[in-house]
Design a binder for this molecule. Structure first.
Ligand code: GSF
Length: 206
């Protein structure tokens, strides 16, 4: 029985896991789950009711996306994405925290504006602004840290680039009005380079 990834095509956290699966050439079954539907079965796999979840061989389940990608990287030496030890490892994981933080804030802003369980009078523009300010600050930091380097850390693609590319792709998908493409040409260059890879191209949200 191959590993089973429970996810959805619009979730950027799921996309991060799918890209890692593809880069590492791992076999898995992809099971679509709409966590927002009234009859979702996600609680069977995740008490938090969130995707992605990975059902490993043998049936045990792990989450969230950071735990899953860390596990996947240990399964094969192909396309190593996380340095084993030391400062480079911490750097890669900090990039991932930054990129996931962009997603966390952007998704909170989007849910505040669109979640059907909240009535119009209950939506807070101040909360949306607070979250989008985090996105803006994080993009400044990402652009500054990337500088004119070919990749976020070192000279090869790592999980740092995967996570950042996914976050930028999510902004393009859900927040096309944000001007990051005009503001940060170095981020655009990295994103364009990543999109040439089948792992990124085949998982783009549509
Ligand atoms: C975030 C997963 C998440 O929020 C991770 O896996 O890295 N830190 C976690 N997933 C969303 C889908 S999405 O917005 O990508 C989810 O499943 N939300 C359902 C809910 O009830 O919050």
């Amino acid at each position: 029985m191959p590993m089973k990834l429970i996810g959805s095509n619009t979730s950027p956290y799921v996309r991060k896991v799918r890209i890692v699966m593809a880069e590492k050439k791992l076999d898995y079954e992809y099971v679509l789950e709409d966590v927002w539907s009234a009859n979702t079965n996600i609680a069977v796999s995740s008490p938090l009711g969130k995707v992605p979840c990975l059902v490993m061989e043998g049936g045990d389940v792990i989450y969230d996306s950071r735990v899953i990608v860390e596990y996947l990287d240990t399964l094969s030496p192909v396309g190593k994405l996380i340095p084993a030890v030391g400062r480079e490892r911490a750097e890669v994981k900090t990039w991932e925290a930054l990129a996931d933080g962009i997603l966390d804030a952007a998704i909170l802003a989007r849910l505040e504006a669109t979640w059907a369980g909240r009535l119009d009078g209950q939506r807070s523009q101040a909360w949306i602004d607070r979250q989008l300010a985090k996105v803006a600050c994080a993009l400044v930091a990402a652009s500054k840290d990337l500088d004119d380097k070919p990749y976020c850390v070192g000279v090869h693609m790592s999980l740092a680039d995967v996570a950042l590319g996914v976050a930028l792709g999510y902004l393009d998908f859900r927040f096309p009005q944000l001007p990051w493409r005009e503001q940060y040409p170095n981020l655009v260059k990295l994103q364009d380079k990543l999109m040439l890879r089948a792992s990124f191209h085949d998982t783009r949200p549509i």
